[in-house]
Design a protein. Structure first.
Length: 601
């Protein structure tokens, strides 16, 4: 055999030798490479498609969190509007006993609810309901009842048992609409309580159109042949988008408790088709987003690749003697580049793109890969930017909770002194108040120097000293070199205000407040101490626990105004400095209180 090959190859020309050499050295490796490449590509594409589906479901849940968080904040607004609380309290009584309300009250509540619903097309109606059933709404008076008995609707019992927490009510048809609706509504609701006594004043119900949940999918590259379900923590259906030409899968999944038993990324057979089950749960809303993607759709590209590989192998057998080198080069190079790009994507680099794009199937695959990478990169940066904006919004919301009663009391004091007697001190108070307003309005930075905060406190103290007739004394114990240290804005004034109103106010002999600041290693320690009424050890422990453990998004549920100010300060410094910061309260009855803030430098 060896002699035969030697004799014939020796007599053959170079073309024959090259053809035979290419036939042996190209067809065999090419066949092996095709098999290995297909298996690797099929596995990688299936995995990427599954991961992309998981990312899309997570993004949908993140969008739901943002939508519902906005609605939750909207449901909190009546708690801080005294006009709304006073009107609801005016129509108190057993549910169903209400008959009518004053037209002036209807108009005020109409303007309030309409303002809250302005430029929110996803909201069908915002309804404020008194305990007796008087209904105030932004909806046209001909479309909603003015008096509503909630006992006619079974879903209302969930709201009545919520104890003030916001809840999500699955699709339902409220009976307070005068004309029947062509579609149900999803509602966000809570009980409205009087902030000081916690007595129930009524309810707020925000009806959201079901199509608002569908619009969340409009900006996402969600598979059209897949089904999507949104259920709450009680497995009740909130929203379902059925695949084209398909049927609802909710009943099938709920049957025999299958929905609770299914695990994420599990294969599930429904009817005659196999599906990939992907579920993501939101700890904030309690909602779970479930995606059911047909496995045939996930494996579609793999099957297309297999078909192409088989036909390509047949094609190569026919023309390998002429174009083997050229074809092998043109075929393997795009595959290698695509594989390298996918490997970089696995490592988190979503900026690399496939550059060699031809007009064949590999070019289409490369363009599809580039499009997928662009979409993943966009979603990644979108989530990052939205997370930063949400953090900034959280900081702004906390800063906006500073107690405004100081400004009201100051203006009232100036007015009373101006009426009772003409005095030069009024000018001082106006001047100091002007400094306060300029500081709070003109200064927009989150961090300022300690000296600026002290100047701000000086203006506040000047007003209070005039008000208390010289009975208030404030002493500063500031260590050299710390006045240039940076700190959050509006930190000292609330502490001094608490010391004045809750410690020294009402004492005939007045009192003294000490403000000290010193540097200890890499920390700035700021203490505001007074010799006022003080608190007991048990009360101080409860106050410290309430300040440190209360989440930022629930701080407004504290009933005492001093707790609100301290909690606000604590949440702000935690958001800005994380665990390196702290706020503690110490003191004793009759000896005053001392509030200490620790800020890392």
């Amino acid at each position: 055999m060896h002699q035969w090959f030697k004799g014939h190859l020796g007599e053959s020309n170079l073309r024959t030798k090259l053809l035979l050499l290419f036939t042996v050295l190209i067809l065999l490796p090419l066949s092996l490479q095709g098999i290995v490449t297909y298996r690797h590509f099929s596995t990688t594409v299936n995995h990427k498609t599954e991961q992309f589906t998981i990312d899309i479901v997570q993004q949908i849940n993140a969008n739901l969190d943002r939508l519902l968080k906005d609605l939750e904040r909207l449901s909190l607004m009546p708690l801080y509007d005294q006009m709304v609380l006073s009107i609801l309290a005016k129509y108190n009584g057993p549910m169903g006993s209400g008959t009518w309300a004053l037209s002036d009250d209807y108009l005020k509540m109409k303007l309030y609810t309409s303002g809250q619903a302005y430029n929110r097309p996803e909201i069908r109606g915002i309804h404020l309901i008194s305990n007796s059933g008087i209904l105030f709404s932004n909806v046209d008076a001909m479309s909603a009842d003015a008096v509503w008995d909630s006992r006619r609707d079974t879903w209302f019992s969930d709201l009545n048992q919520s104890d003030g927490e916001w809840i999500i009510i699955p699709p339902h048809e409220p009976s307070y609409y005068s004309s029947p609706s062509s579609e149900p509504y999803i509602s966000v609701a809570r009980i409205i309580r009087e902030p000081k006594t916690l007595a129930r004043l009524g309810y707020i119900i925000i009806d959201v159109k079901v199509e608002a949940f569908g619009q969340i999918l409009s900006n996402l590259n969600f598979e059209q042949e897949a089904s999507l379900l949104i259920v709450d923590d009680r497995q009740r259906l909130i929203f379902e988008r059925v695949e084209e030409g398909g049927v609802s899968a909710y009943g099938e999944l709920l049957k025999d408790g299958q929905l609770q038993e299914l695990r994420n990324r599990q294969k599930k057979k429904l009817g005659s088709r196999d599906y990939l089950f992907v579920q993501h749960h939101s700890s904030y809303t309690g909602l779970s987003v479930i995606s059911l993607t047909p496995l045939a759709v996930i494996q579609k590209e793999s099957r297309e690749m297999m078909t192409f590989t088989l036909w390509f192998a047949v094609f190569c057998v026919g023309i390998v003697t002429v174009l083997s080198v050229l074809l092998s080069y043109r075929i393997t190079r795009p595959l290698i580049e695509l594989k390298q790009a996918m490997s970089r994507a696995e490592q988190g680099n979503f900026n690399r793109r496939v550059t060699m794009l031809s007009n064949d199937e590999f070019g289409q695959l490369g363009r599809g890969f580039n499009k997928m990478m662009e979409e993943i990169n966009r979603l990644f940066h979108e989530v990052f930017v939205l997370g930063m904006r949400e953090k900034e919004a959280e900081l702004s919301a906390l800063q906006s909770q500073i107690n405004p009663h100081f400004i009201y009391n100051t203006l009232e004091s100036i007015n009373m002194m101006a009426i009772q007697r003409k005095h030069a001190e009024v000018s001082d108070m106006v001047t100091a108040l002007g400094k306060l307003l300029r500081y709070t309005i003109d200064k927009v930075d989150r961090q300022i120097q300690l000296r600026e905060e002290i100047h701000f406190v000086d203006s506040y103290v000047r007003i209070q000293q005039i008000r208390y007739g010289g009975k208030l004394q404030v002493l500063y114990e500031i260590e050299d070199g710390v006045k240039d240290c940076l700190m959050p804005k509006l930190i000292l004034q609330p502490l001094v205000e608490n010391a004045v109103y809750h410690g020294i106010d009402g004492r005939e002999e007045g009192g003294t407040i000490w403000i000290s600041a010193l540097r200890f290693e890499d920390e700035l320690l700021i203490t505001v101490r007074d010799n006022g009424k003080g608190m007991g050890e048990t009360e101080i422990e409860k106050l410290n626990e309430a300040i440190c453990k209360q989440p930022a998004n629930q701080s407004l549920q504290l009933s005492d105004q001093d707790k609100l100010g301290l909690n606000n300060i604590f949440q702000r410094i935690v958001l800005m400095y994380d665990k390196g910061s702290s706020l503690t309260v110490d003191g004793s009855p009759g000896q005053g209180l001392a509030v200490t803030i620790t800020i890392p430098l």
